[in-house]
Design a protein. Structure first.
Length: 201
């Protein structure tokens, strides 16, 4: 049998080259994705309880995806106006982000202040009172994230600030590699997307 017809040669010739993405020199391995999926599934279940008990209405949180992106790609994927909570998470280097769409944030505040929580909410920065109301919910969510990821990495999330424009949130360099988890959030029958962004390291 000639070398051209050997099984080894056929396997080599049939393999398609995979383009190398220089923007993503490090890849999130399948094993790491699976471990993160388990931890963040637990977070989603606990977040469902946090939203439901805080808003006193039917809520649901489910993980939608876990991706590796540059920080610039993450910022570009967000709405121009949203509610970003930046936090440190020692011993993890850098900052993380918990992002909830501004409409969802205003709806949560409306619920917690005794309102109906309609989806038609004003697109503006929160008042001091509204910020105080939502901060308790955010702190509970970060506490549940710490608990859910404790088996993977011990984190101690501490809020460092909030921002309404993703472009002004100085969390990482544009090319820095991040892990982005997206969640489907439902408040009553209204669907939203919630995200968590963490340094790849």
């Amino acid at each position: 049998m000639s070398a051209q017809g050997s099984p080894r040669a056929r396997r080599r010739s049939g393999a398609e080259p995979v383009p190398y993405d220089f923007r993503r020199p490090i890849q999130l391995s399948r094993e790491h994705s699976r471990i993160l999926q388990l931890g963040l599934d637990g977070f989603a279940r606990q977040a469902t309880t946090v939203f439901t008990s805080s808003l006193r209405t039917v809520c649901q949180v489910a993980i939608a995806s876990i991706d590796q992106r540059s920080y610039a790609e993450y910022v570009d994927s967000l709405d121009g106006a949203t509610y970003l909570t930046m936090f440190s998470a020692e011993p993890m280097p850098g900052l993380g982000v918990l992002e909830i769409p501004l409409t969802a944030t205003m709806s949560c505040v409306d619920h917690m202040l005794g309102g109906p929580g309609n989806a038609d909410q004003p697109q503006r920065p929160l008042t001091e009172i509204e910020s105080g109301v939502i901060s308790g919910l955010i702190e509970r969510l970060l506490g549940e994230m710490r608990y859910s990821l404790a088996g993977i990495v011990p984190l101690e999330p501490v809020i460092t600030g909030t921002e309404y424009s993703p472009q002004f949130a100085q969390v990482a360099g544009a090319a820095d590699v991040m892990v982005v988890a997206s969640f489907d959030l439902r408040v009553d029958e209204h669907p939203y997307r919630m995200t968590i962004c963490l340094p790849f390291s």
